[in-house]
Design a protein around this ligand. Structure first.
Ligand code: ZN
Length: 437
């Protein structure tokens, strides 16, 4: 009976955020007036035209700012929902209630935040490097997504992409490669864009079929990573479906991005190793650095925000917009550091993040990415024994709690080590980038 009430906050937010909100027009790169939409926002943030980025940024956040009282109320209602269920089920906190689903202790969550805090220097270094490479006096929040090498574009026909992926994943052994080849050659993959076909990419399948991959392959280097990524999901599903009974075959969200990330990072390492083109190297490192920033740092910042606002309400406090803005601004200042101008507009970003309505979920992106980086490092350093452990992991589906399954793969997330190891790798990428300049 409480379900309809408890999902109200999220559905009101979704209606507002997906249907009703309208943004003003801005001038695009050609000087044309265009209506800003959420879809276009991402593209404008990557524009090499700074005017366009700044306009889009200001227009987006000024619009959310006008609704911040409403959006603070919907977010507060969602937080109260989490606390209601936690208390009704006698959990000490909303955080513990949420993590219990995966049998994970709050210490793991807190440790992630603390480890990332300890390694914020890397992030500050990255921001300094970004400022230098973009040749800017001041690095603003709207300068964070534009590529460091905007003019690099290489054509990679699909045939070559398959070869690159197979070469990059060679360390995973003959059996894995044979499956990959079989998948590529026997119609698992719907490769190109087509009339009426949905956009994006994903891997899907059922327990008793082989996996299927949908792509919109467009000869870009990014598409090669997408191919490796989706095949990572596919082979994880393939191995788990083959080796587990139906009930344990579906790997949980906590583990869902591990196999895809292992593949992507093996591929990047291989391409970096085998490239003699400076521009290409910069492009690859930039791609990888951005993944770290978006997946580990950004999601951990979100995770910390969720923790703070839940604790506030649990302690009897309220969530008025000014307070949410203050918390959010301070977190941005902490995570981006002294090299970035924290534009005032960013303080309302909390009001547009759909994930906050499913609290204590995004940290899984950060732990998953870190675990995958640690596994990749082990595979490259140890070889065979690490590969055997990893294949066992791929076969294990949902047959135990996620941390136990990862432990058997050689990654113990109850210690800070995997996240440290991953972030130190981020540091190594920074070294490489600095050496190329
Ligand atoms: Zn994925």
């Amino acid at each position: 009976m409480s379900a309809d009430l408890s999902t109200a906050a999220g559905s009101i937010f979704n209606m507002f955020n997906n249907a009703d909100i309208k943004f003003p027009t801005i001038k695009d790169e050609t000087g044309q007036e265009v209506e800003l939409t959420k879809g276009r926002y991402g593209r404008y943030m990557e524009s090499s035209d700074r005017q366009v980025r700044q306009q889009a940024f200001t227009a987006l956040y000024n619009t959310y700012d006008k609704f911040k009282n409403t959006l603070a109320s919907t977010l507060a209602a969602s937080v109260k929902r989490d606390i209601f269920y936690a208390r009704a089920r006698k959990y000490p906190s909303a955080l513990e209630a949420a993590l219990d689903q995966d049998n994970i202790s709050p210490e793991v969550y807190e440790q992630l935040i603390n480890t990332v805090h300890d390694k914020l220097d890397y992030m500050y270094r990255y921001m300094k490097l970004r400022k230098k490479m973009l040749g800017l006096e001041e690095l603003h929040m709207y300068d964070l997504y534009t590529p460091l090498v905007s003019d690099y574009r290489v054509e990679v026909p699909y045939q070559q992409a398959q070869e690159k992926v197979r070469a990059g994943l060679k360390p995973l052994g003959d059996e894995y490669l044979a499956l990959l080849k079989a998948g590529m050659e026997s119609g698992w993959i719907d490769v190109y864009e087509n009339e009426g076909k949905t956009s994006g990419a994903y891997s899907w399948g059922t327990f008793d079929t082989h996996p299927y991959v949908l792509m919109n392959y467009d000869n870009k280097l990014d598409d090669v990573f997408t191919l490796a990524h989706e095949l990572g999901h596919s082979l994880h599903s393939y191995y788990s479906n083959k080796n587990q009974p139906f009930i344990y075959s579906q790997y949980p969200i906590f583990l869902a991005e591990v196999a895809s990330t292992v593949n992507e990072s093996l591929l990047i390492d291989y391409l970096l190793e085998n490239s003699s083109n400076r521009q290409e190297k910069i492009y690859l490192i930039n791609h990888y650095l951005e993944q770290f920033r978006g997946t580990v740092y950004r999601q951990t910042m979100f995770a910390e925000f969720e923790k703070i606002i839940h604790e506030k309400v649990e302690a009897g406090g309220g969530l008025i917009p000014d307070e949410l803005c203050r918390i959010y601004r301070e977190l941005n200042a902490l995570y981006f550091g002294p090299e970035v101008v924290i534009d005032q507009e960013i303080e309302v970003e909390w009001s547009r993040i759909p994930h906050f309505y499913s609290a204590f979920y995004v940290y899984k992106y950060a732990t998953g990415f870190s675990a995958a980086t640690a596994i990749k490092e082990q595979i490259l350093k140890e070889g065979e024994p690490a590969v055997v452990r990893y294949l066992e992991f791929l076969k294990s589906g949902n047959s135990d709690y996620p941390l136990n399954l990862l432990k058997r793969a050689g990654v113990d997330l109850t210690t800070p080590q995997p996240v440290e190891q991953a972030l130190d790798y981020f540091g190594k990428l920074l070294d490489q980038m600095e050496a190329l300049l």
